[in-house]
Design a binder for this molecule. Structure first.
Ligand code: 6CS
Length: 284
């Protein structure tokens, strides 16, 4: 073995010794042990109620962080610390080590399943449009937007709605990236976009808070399907993901899972009636 090989071997031995001394049963448990020592898991969120929300005092809530907080507590990780990120930046941020996990309603799709290690399903929902009252351009599907050369749609950067719009034939110059829900609301109210696309529960939350009789919700978007998210872990952290899944499954069985997500409007049954395997294989 050359000198470099010997050095690598010695370094590897040092790391394993340190890990085992920290209580990790194996290198696999190292990440969980690290989070336990750290006292918190760094989660990526988007601040899009009811999936994720940050109050004026900085308190993090929303169905996804609340589930993650409870699961990590059961794993011995005291709390979560959230960073707000655009959906399109969540996976690169996870891969760069800026977050330990994405808990934001990042829906499972095959291409995302290739890039991260998802937990089993947590939050399921369909697509909706926020439009002006009377839906003057009759926008009921992504195809109807594609067909109308004057129709402009807005959605989150790197979000699934963007993918659905492009797949239906909406050209790049008629899709506006909208940074957050409040901006999307204002852009519909000001007529800068004809439809703002988000999941149904997010649009309903926005509509309720806006309390504006000149707005209307189209839900579900015709031709769209139900998507479900999971907590998204970095490839290589499958042992941590598996530990998360064990606690998530116990909470689903005990009813604790439903108690957390259903007050936000989510269906525990929807998440429990599908699997990561099915969702990662489904292309729509
Ligand atoms: O997974 C996504 O891309 C979508 N998920 C949510 C919860 N909101 C919008 C986003 O585009």
């Amino acid at each position: 073995m050359n000198k470099l090989g010997i050095l690598a071997g010695v370094a590897g031995l040092a790391v394993s010794t340190m890990l085992l001394a920290s209580g990790a049963r194996s290198a696999d448990d190292a990440k969980l042990e690290q989070l336990k020592q750290q006292g918190f898991a760094r989660v990526a969120i988007a601040n899009e109620p009811p999936y994720t929300a940050v109050a004026a005092d900085g308190k993090v809530s929303g169905a996804a962080p609340d589930v993650a907080r409870e699961v990590f507590k059961r794993l011995g990780v005291k709390d979560i610390v959230a960073s707000i990120s655009e959906y399109g930046a969540m996976i690169p941020g996870l891969q760069a080590g800026r977050f330990d996990v994405v808990t934001a309603g990042l829906f499972m799709k095959p291409e995302r399943c290739q890039s991260v290690a998802y937990s089993e399903p947590v939050l399921c929902d369909g697509d909706a449009f926020l439009v002006r009252k009377g839906n003057p351009k009759g926008l009921k599907s992504y195809e109807s937007i594609a067909k109308d050369p004057s129709a402009i749609v807005g959605g989150p950067g790197g979000g699934l709605e963007e993918k659905h719009a492009f797949k239906a034939g909406v050209p790049r110059d008629r899709l506006i990236v909208v940074p957050d829900a409040q901006s999307g609301l204002k852009m519909v109210q000001d007529g800068r976009i004809d439809a703002y696309a988000l999941p149904i529960l997010s649009i309903n939350d926005l509509m309720k808070k806006a309390n504006d009789p000149n707005l209307e919700v189209v839900a579900p978007v015709e031709g769209s399907s139900i998507s479900c998210d999971g907590a998204a872990f970095k490839k290589g952290d499958e042992a941590l993901r598996d530990a998360f899944d064990v606690e998530l499954a116990k909470m689903k069985k005990s009813g604790e899972f439903a108690k957390i997500i259903e007050p936000y409007g989510f269906s525990a049954e929807a998440a429990m009636s599908t699997t990561r395997e099915k969702l990662c294989a489904s292309a729509n």
